[in-house]
Ligand binder design. Structure first.
Ligand code: ADP
Ligand code: MG
Length: 289
């Protein structure tokens, strides 16, 4: 199982949305992490063949996806960022409709719909209208929809958008549960969405992949760059212009800033501290990279 993206570029007029991206994906959860505007949805639209690329190739087990056509779409599950709102449908009705579009026979569709609603814990709401659901419940229905054809490649674009923290955790857990034996691409700008569940994180900014690796590997790379320094309230602005500040906290000794820096802080008392993935994110996306 291999999805290979080679030298893929996409421009919108003269704007380079994707600049020569090359990545290889195998079984596992890939956290595509980057700020708004990084190009995540554009990349996903190329992988799902909803948008025409300017150059490069995308190969599924060695074959160009544009040549595979329907055969490729059959192994694809996609939860789009921009959701069409099917407010009038019930959850089950909507899934039956999508199953029909995906070409499932009625009996098989009914079984699948039940199964998927159960996976995302929506059994008891299946006959209620989507319009009455919370943001999190709508996202769960969309996730179920993406799973109907038991896809080998599952693509989730900002699956926790507009969702409260509890639901966010719940959705994350569903994703872990259903990830086995698939390639899962989870695009998000929220570090905590991918921190715990990704096998590999792809840091994307300004149309390029800046860095990729297992979460522990990314943490290891910056482990000697994270410090805590004691500062005064009056210095906050100065510190923030001098350093990448990932956190400010009050301690018994006063205000403590956590910073990510290539060099040891000068003229200040400091101690090294443990890096987390937010520090990694800030390190690579500082100054609008
Ligand atoms: P992300 O999903 O990471 O937030 P997008 O892929 O949506 O980023 O967008 C990347 C960049 O490409 C943004 O600057 C966006 O404005 C631009 N862009 C996306 N789609 C289009 C389009 N259809 N026409 C023009 N510009 C676009
Ligand atoms: Mg997007």
């Amino acid at each position: 199982m291999e999805l290979k993206i080679e030298n893929v570029s996409k421009n919108f007029k003269s704007f380079k949305a994707l600049n020569n991206i090359s990545i290889e994906l195998n079984c596992g959860i890939y956290g595509l992490l980057g700020p708004n505007g990084a190009g995540k949805s554009t990349l996903i639209n190329l992988i799902t063949d909803n948008l025409k690329r300017d150059s490069g190739s995308i190969l599924w087990d060695g074959e160009e996806i544009l040549k595979l056509g329907k055969k490729y779409r059959n192994i694809l599950g996609y939860m789009p960022q921009q959701q069409g709102y099917y407010e009038e449908y019930t959850a089950a009705g909507f899934l039956m409709y999508i199953a029909h579009l995906k070409g499932l026979k009625k009996k098989q569709a009914m079984e699948k719909v039940e199964e998927m609603l159960h996976i995302v814990n929506m059994d008891e709401h299946k006959n209620k209208r989507i319009g009455t659901f919370s943001g999190g419940m709508k996202q769960r229905v969309l996730l179920a929809q993406a799973l109907l054809n038991d896809p080998k490649i599952l693509i989730l674009d900002e699956p926790t958008a507009g969702v409260d923290p509890q639901e966010r955790i719940r959705i994350r857990n569903f994703i872990s549960k259903i990830a086995k034996d698939r390639i899962v691409i989870l695009a998000t700008h929220i570090v905590s969405d991918v921190e715990a569940i990704s096998d590999k994180i792809l840091l994307m900014g300004k149309g390029e992949i800046h860095k990729q690796g297992a979460p522990h590997k990314l943490l290891e790379d910056i482990k000697d760059k994270v410090y805590e320094i004691n500062i005064e309230h009056d210095n906050i602005d100065e510190i923030q212009s001098e350093y990448v500040v990932s956190n400010l906290r009050n301690s018994r000794e006063g205000l403590v800033a956590k910073i990510v820096s290539d060099e040891e802080p000068r003229n200040r008392n400091y101690k090294k501290t443990i890096a987390n993935l937010e520090d990694v994110y800030l390190y690579y996306f500082n100054e609008g990279n």
